[in-house]
Design a protein around this ligand. Structure first.
Ligand code: BEZ
Length: 208
């Protein structure tokens, strides 16, 4: 296992999932992906997280994002758990869960942190772009469920900043004002965006 960093290519792997065997890069193809690990099936926080992900699938689809979960539990366990995920989240399980019993995915993505108690995976999140490049890594402890609205917000910000010469400020949410790239002069920014407010030479606000 080597350390994965932003900008690295997401490691490929072959895995058994609740939707059949996959080659990760072929399954993902040229979409975005959210690969996220959970410690164990039939546990309360994980059940809420996977239920929430299922209920947000239309939001992920609208952004061309495929979601895929992983834990070291076996496939039969994932399949049995799917009913509970539906009961709790209100939506049928509609994305694959990887059965990583041999820990191939967990090791490639450094998802097992022994200091966190046992040899199950912690709550890692990898956002991977259409070129298979890792664009965001989040790691949560086992006791804290993730905020999937935040994951969608980051995807919106990544897609926006890929498309325009801008960055997003603290606490940005879609529709909020954005920051002109430092690489652009204010004159060029006014030509490109129209209205630009220069607060500091390096901090120029605009709307997109
Ligand atoms: C949970 O999903 O509730 C959970 C799983 C493993 C450790 C702690 C909490």
């Amino acid at each position: 296992m080597s350390v994965l960093r932003l900008g690295d290519v997401a490691p490929n792997f072959a895995a058994a999932t609740t939707e059949g065997d996959i080659d990760f890069h072929a399954w993902k193809a040229d979409s975005w992906a959210v690969l996220f690990s959970h410690p164990a099936d039939f546990t309360p926080v994980c059940t809420t997280e996977l239920g929430r992900t299922a209920s947000l699938q239309q939001e992920f689809d609208a952004r061309d994002v495929k979601t895929i979960a992983v834990s070291v539990d076996p496939l039969e366990s994932h399949v049995q758990w799917a009913g509970d995920i539906r009961d709790v989240g209100g939506t049928d399980l509609n994305f694959p869960i990887i059965a990583d019993s041999d820990r191939v995915v967990a090791e490639a993505y450094d998802m097992i942190h022994p200091g966190e108690g046992d040899t199950s995976t912690v709550r890692s999140v990898f956002i991977i772009d259409p070129r298979n490049v890792i664009r965001l890594i989040l790691i949560y402890p086992k006791s804290v469920g993730r905020n999937f609205t935040e994951i969608l917000r980051v995807i919106d910000a990544l897609q926006l900043t890929d498309a325009q010469p801008i960055s997003t400020p603290a606490d940005w949410s879609p529709g909020g004002r954005v920051i002109v790239s430092p690489a652009m002069t204010t004159e060029d920014a006014r030509e490109h965006f129209g209205d630009v407010e220069e607060v500091k030479p390096y901090l120029r606000w605009t709307a997109v």
